[in-house]
Design a protein around this ligand. Structure first.
Ligand code: SF4
Length: 205
């Protein structure tokens, strides 16, 4: 496959990969989005959290996990005793996919082809960071990390071992908690996610 790579995509470092991803055209999602939203965090991070794709606010800021789900995620990580500064956070797909509705941009789920195309960048991030553990936040991240679709709600809390040795912890995406309308259900789901993050903390050692 190496012969098919554009030279600027053949990055030798994480910083080079980040720079190369700015002009990625591996799928069509770059056309409508504002910019590539690459992962963020230290290269020696022990854990890499993988979400689905940038949301509206992330697309504008150019940073992952800065919108409402990111703020909730930060708060729960802190409660679980995980220092966000020591983690790397990224998305399975690096451009925002949406449907315009009036002035609003409504999130649209990336398809399997887009996830496969963008896995190029996720693999680069994981290859340079070499974390102990990756955490799949939701179905799209699970597809990207496991290479196949898995029933996340049934398998959450489980840890898979990939052929390359990377452990992958499965859970839901924090935006799932935000979409629950009933307050008691929302709090119950928040508590479950906190328990998952505490399990991640233990796996980090
Ligand atoms: S979504 Fe990923 S593969 Fe598609 S253009 Fe953006 S960076 Fe490239």
């Amino acid at each position: 496959m190496a012969g098919e790579m554009a030279p600027d995509e053949d990055a030798a470092t994480l910083a080079e990969a980040r720079a190369a991803a700015k002009t990625c055209r591996r799928c069509t999602l770059w056309r409508d989005a504002t910019q590539t939203v690459f992962g963020e965090g230290p290269q020696d991070a022990e854990v890499v959290f993988v979400g689905e794709q940038p949301g509206d606010q992330e697309d504008i800021a150019g940073k992952p996990f800065v919108g409402p789900a990111g703020k909730l995620f930060d708060a729960i990580l802190e409660e679980a005793g995980i220092e966000r500064d020591k983690t790397y956070v990224t998305n399975a797909v690096k451009h925002f996919k949406f449907e315009p509705r009036g002035k609003r941009r409504i999130h649209s789920k990336p398809n399997a082809g887009e996830v496969r195309a963008c896995r190029w960048w996720l693999d680069k991030e994981l290859g340079f960071i070499r974390p102990k553990l990756a955490v799949a936040l939701g179905a799209t991240a699970t597809l990207a990390l496991a290479g196949k679709a898995l029933p996340v709600t049934r398998m959450r809390g489980q840890t898979l071992a990939r052929e390359d040795g990377l452990k992958v912890f499965l859970t839901v995406h924090p935006s799932f908690i935000l979409r629950i309308r009933e307050e008691a259900d929302k709090q119950a789901e928040r508590a479950r996610f906190l328990a998952d993050m505490r399990a991640v903390r233990k796996l980090m050692g």
